[in-house]
Design a protein around this ligand. Sequence first.
Ligand code: ZN
Length: 252
Amino acid sequence: MRLLLVSDIHGNLEALEACLDSAPEHDSVANLGDVVGYGASPNQVIDLVREMAPINVRGNHDRCCCGMVDLSNFNPVAAAAALWTRSKLSDFNLDWLIGLPRGPRRDAAWEGAQFVHGSPLGEDDYISSEFSANAALEGTSSRLTFFGHTHIQCAFTRPRRLAEPLPLERLNSASRAQVSRLKLNPAQQYLVNPGSVGQPRDRDRRAAFALYDSKKHEIRFYRVPYDIKRAQERILQAGLPEMLATRLADGR
Ligand code: ZN
């Protein structure tokens, strides 16, 4: 069984479409949150995700964009994007956002796995270091935790006392996508972040996603180029803050 993992799409339709074009065949899709906020295509992105992903968790931007929480914790740029997104959302898509479940979420089809936006310890927590990864692994019994929120494609495990970021094995690929592989030891616990589709922050501007193969016990991590110029133009045309366009080209 193969599960497509997408996270932090942030209303970037151009990036999502490039990921779906490059994605190999899969049996299901999990969305790890932050579908909207920042990008210029909130309704189109929600329409696609609603159709394809039976597994969803809500992100902090999803909650802010539908008015579930106030914007006081957001910086001015993120707050402006959230208000703009709220003003554009259709009633149907607003209701879909409001109804998104809080993580951790489990699914009978994917035994041993859980889905969160930030961390199993808190939906807004960041797993961004060995220290926070270790705390997250200690706090959960799930063998596999799929998370997002940091916009960094990575994985952690705990062979020793502290979790360690895992080196990914680069594979040659016939398509435009760069593919890396992580072999899973079924006896170990892992935290896996597929990276951000719509706003990568690891200085690699290409859109990120991942594929989990439960039979082969492996994760494949993908990076795909997309039409950044078009995504930027649409952000500027929408009147969103210019910085949201420029950062896409910098990958941060
Ligand atoms: Zn995000």
